[in-house]
Design a protein around this ligand. Structure first.
Ligand code: NOJ
Length: 651
């Protein structure tokens, strides 16, 4: 449909293919706003749109609509790896072309896409006379949701970036900025998550309640106080509102990926990976990152870990603390990191050859401590160094509270931060390197376009165990952080009662994480001797569970309380089920009707009745039985516990 007209007042609906979700565009007295309805109930009241621009009249008023163009799109997208191989990209779209009625008559397009389970829109500003480069002072996009809606939030602009415990509050109390995905439940029972998709070259969106009691976009500022400097043509990331009838349904909303572009080059070389690491030994104080008597990353330790990886059947090995720059307080001294200079007790070439001979993929490590200037100077050489040594995976880290870019302190989630992360992803793609970014920019689905971005951290992970994680944390993640894509949670720490880092989980729950928390690079995070000598039976699940799934079926759950999910392997007929609970024990009944016909051998790793994350975390049942799709399983989950099941198809 294609229409030419000039209108001062417009009210136009964009309706989802199943007609349950509706976005209404309103142009009144020159101002543009939108609202969102689900089953004819309003869930986002009229909300303003537009920008304030430095040195220019704001792009917020005196608009007229000159043209609106609608289309239906229906397609199935295939993702190279992830939680689901196929995702729907079905939507109705209307592009609204506006022009100002006064002054320079600037033009701006608002493109709205309505999926069955999401509303998304973005602004597009084409180049136009006297309007070529602009500095965004503020984006005023509002999300006017009921002030009594419940919100699950983490704060923005804090020193630990996204690494905070989720808190439940009401929208009325969101006076400080919070990160997205911001998960919400409206008083009429609708679940929403406000997020963004395809974040490139722009500050990341945080959200706060403004003076008018509207939830409003607060784009992360640059150190000069502005939000972004952009050249036209410019388009914002998609502003995305995921919508579901239940919390568990929200967890498989994949519109974020559908809103990103298909890859523009061949990524056939990208493979998901499970890896162990010269890593947790540093957290429990056995080894150190810095050189010295207890240095972890020595040639000898690396070869021992490679041998262990072979015995364990794990394909990769991460080596942290291998390079110069860790001496002293590494968080303070990170400016000294040299990414092409190994410590004197670590021979990278030798270790890489040894890994190659044993078919083990090394995962390199670049801890920048946020000193982006220092890193960017070395970037090309650092990636080349790994590439020529056949190292195809790098874990990067930005542990500082702010980044140092162009000599100034900038937020990780500012436009300059976003640009830097993107530079690493694109350079890595050129060198056929996959990335696992710690202290990252949040996920906005760009791994559809850049599948070499296999994982991120971007929330509290298990390194916070030993006091700062409660059992509810991993029950919040699937409904909040994980809506933004996979996470390297560093699962599989089985030495639960270690006096330095006591885990707030049961043993079975550590296995469950490999299913409940997806990551394209999945770390089996404990030391190899723990797996080989103490828990060989439980370790079998960690070895068996895949890192690439065909299909994900969310089964049961409530935000912050529990979560149960089934996933089918991408390369076989086998299924894996995982479940976790908060401090409360639960009895769970799951129907196996997601299986296909036939007989499956179930291996069930579950908490015993006397298990408890504090008092009795090791109390685990491992049991086998044959099951089919007409059967169901009854499982007990202990306080702070979980379960993991593999279902291997026999015939
Ligand atoms: C923080 C990362 O999350 C962790 O995995 C890493 O070991 C340390 N920084 C050191 O780089």
């Amino acid at each position: 449909m294609f229409r030419w007209f000039v209108k001062d007042e417009v009210e136009k609906d964009v309706l989802s293919p199943d007609k349950r979700t509706r976005c209404k565009l309103l142009l009144k007295s020159g101002r543009i706003s939108y609202s969102v309805y689900r089953d004819n109930k309003i869930i986002i009241r009229p909300s303003r749109l537009g920008f304030k621009i430095c040195g220019e009249k704001p792009l917020t008023e005196d608009f007229k609509l000159v043209r609106a163009q609608s289309k239906r799109h229906s397609e199935t997208i295939e993702l190279q790896w992830g939680e689901d191989r196929f995702i729907d990209n079905n939507y109705t779209e209307t592009a609204f072309y506006f022009t100002e009625s006064k002054g320079f008559k600037r033009i701006m397009t608002l493109r709205i896409r309505v999926f069955n389970n999401s509303v998304a829109f973005r602004y597009e500003i084409p180049p136009q006379p006297k309007f070529r480069r602009i500095t965004i002072k503020d984006e005023i996009t509002e999300f006017n949701i009921d002030l009594n809606a419940i919100a699950w939030k983490i704060p923005a602009y804090q020193p630990d970036r996204y690494e905070y415990n989720y808190e439940k509050t009401i929208v009325y109390d969101l006076k400080e900025s919070v990160h997205t995905p911001l998960t919400l439940k409206t008083p009429n029972g609708c679940y929403l998550a406000i997020h963004e998709a395809a974040l490139y070259d722009y500050g990341s969106m945080t959200i706060k309640l403004d003076e008018n009691r509207s939830l409003k976009t607060d784009i992360t500022p640059l150190s000069d106080g502005t939000k972004a400097h952009v050249a036209l043509p410019f388009q914002t990331p998609w502003r995305l509102i995921m919508i579901a009838d239940s919390a568990i349904e929200l967890t498989t909303n994949r519109s974020m990926y559908a809103l990103n572009d298909a890859p523009s080059q061949d990524f056939g070389w990208v493979k998901t990976l499970k890896f162990i690491g010269i890593w947790w030994a540093m957290y429990v104080g056995e080894w150190t990152w810095a050189p010295g008597e207890r240095h972890g990353a020595t040639t000898e330790h690396a070869k021992e870990y490679i041998d262990a990886a072979v015995r364990l059947g794990i394909a990769g090995l991460l080596i942290e603390g291998w390079n110069e720059g860790w001496e002293g307080d590494w968080l303070e001294n990170g400016i000294n990191n040299k990414f092409t200079v190994p410590t004197s007790d670590f021979n990278l070439e030798d270790v890489a050859r040894y890994a190659g001979r044993h078919n083990i993929e090394l995962v390199g490590h670049h801890e920048t401590v946020g000193f982006v200037d220092n890193y960017e100077k070395q970037l090309e050489a650092a990636y080349n160094y790994y590439a020529i040594n056949n190292i195809h995976y790098i874990k990067t880290g930005y542990a500082g509270s702010m980044m140092m870019i162009n000599g100034r302190r900038e937020y990780h989630h500012s436009q300059l931060g976003v640009q830097h992360y993107q530079k690493t992803v694109e350079l890595a793609a050129k060198k056929h390197i996959c990335l696992d970014i710690h202290e990252p920019i949040k996920g906005t689905g760009i791994e559809r376009t850049w599948p070499n971005l296999l994982s991120r951290e971007g929330a509290r992970g298990q390194e916070y165990e030993g006091g700062a994680l409660s059992p509810s944390h991993a029950c919040y993640l699937p409904y909040t952080r994980l809506l933004a894509g996979g996470m390297d949670y560093t699962s599989g720490i089985l030495d639960l009662a270690n006096s330095v880092k006591r885990m707030a989980t049961t043993l079975a729950r550590q296995l469950a994480y490999f299913v409940t928390i997806y990551s394209g690079m999945q770390m089996a995070a404990d030391r190899p001797f723990i797996y080989e000598e103490r828990f060989p039976d439980a370790f079998k699940f960690i070895r068996d569970v895949p890192t690439n799934f065909e299909k994900t079926v969310p089964l049961l759950g409530e935000i912050g309380e529990y979560y149960v999910v089934a996933r089918k392997d991408r390369n076989s007929e086998d299924w894996y089920v995982g479940g976790v609970t908060n401090e409360k024990s639960r009895r769970i009944h799951i129907s196996l009707d997601f299986l296909s016909d036939g007989v499956y051998r179930a291996e069930i790793y579950s908490d015993r009745d006397d298990a408890h994350y504090r008092e009795n975390p090791f109390s685990t049942n491992i049991q086998q039985k044959h099951v089919g799709r007409n059967e169901s399983l009854d499982l007990y989950i202990a306080p702070g516990g979980g379960f993991a099941i593999s279902l291997q198809k026999l015939r």
